[in-house]
Design a protein around this ligand. Structure first.
Ligand code: PRP
Length: 206
């Protein structure tokens, strides 16, 4: 049995159709309701959790595999081995602000983000010292209420930015969903892990 941490929400919605394309009946995952652990095809045990917790579970070795966004892997201290880019759930990190924000203002910028590590790394690479405020959700709100000057966030369709009249100032790393393994499982369950990864690779590269 492979224990797989599956990130709830956007990642889960993109991943399940991929697994269905592999010929696996995913109804138990689709109809899971409030259950947090769902067994599938007598081979897999899916554990539904938030992305940063998936990284913790993998680092601690309580799951074999993880289906996690590369944004979460970049932000958190992941010790997992990346097996496959699932090439879905594509997003991009952006730096954005309201249209009237003056980027030439020499004042130390205040940045709102769910990704303080990613944001810090970006501004370090620009040689700029900024204040970072960690936000848990709806980051796009923070420049609108005057909490921050700009945000570092991910965008998929661009709808949230557009509807809140935010302007992209710079594009950072691209993001997609990755299949990762904890290094111990990679050794101890090598055959099962690679069977799962190879099965997904076939539909990803179709
Ligand atoms: C992400 C991101 C934006 C939104 C962008 O949030 O933080 O808010 O998606 O998507 P769009 O470009 O398609 O409009 P997510 O949906 O992950 O939810 P959260 O804010 O609750 O973390």
């Amino acid at each position: 049995m492979l224990k797989i941490a599956l990130t709830k929400g956007r990642v889960e919605r993109k991943f399940i159709p991929l697994l269905e394309k592999c010929g696996i009946n995913c109804q138990p995952l689709v109809n899971k309701q409030r259950r947090l652990i769902v067994k599938l095809a007598d081979k897999y045990e899916f554990i539904f959790i938030k992305g940063p917790d998936a990284v913790t579970y993998l680092n601690k070795g309580v799951v074999d595999l993880g289906i996690v966004g590369s944004d979460v892997l970049m932000e958190n201290q992941s010790e997992s081995y990346e097996l496959l880019d699932l090439k879905t759930g594509k997003c991009q990190f952006i730096l954005a602000s309201t249209a009237n924000y003056d980027w030439n203002n020499p004042k130390r910028k205040v940045i709102g983000t769910k990704y303080p590590t990613v944001a810090q790394k970006y501004f370090l690479s620009k040689g700029e010292d900024v204040e970072i405020i960690k936000i848990e959700g709806s980051v796009e709100l923070t420049p609108l209420v005057g909490l921050v000057d700009a945000i570092v966030d991910i965008t998929e369709t661009g709808t949230t930015l557009r509807e809140n009249h935010l302007i992209v100032h710079d594009y950072l790393d691209k993001v997609s969903i990755r299949l990762v393994a904890n290094p111990v499982s990679l050794k101890q369950k090598k055959k099962e892990v690679f069977a799962f990864s190879d099965m997904l690779a076939k539909v990803v590269n179709q």
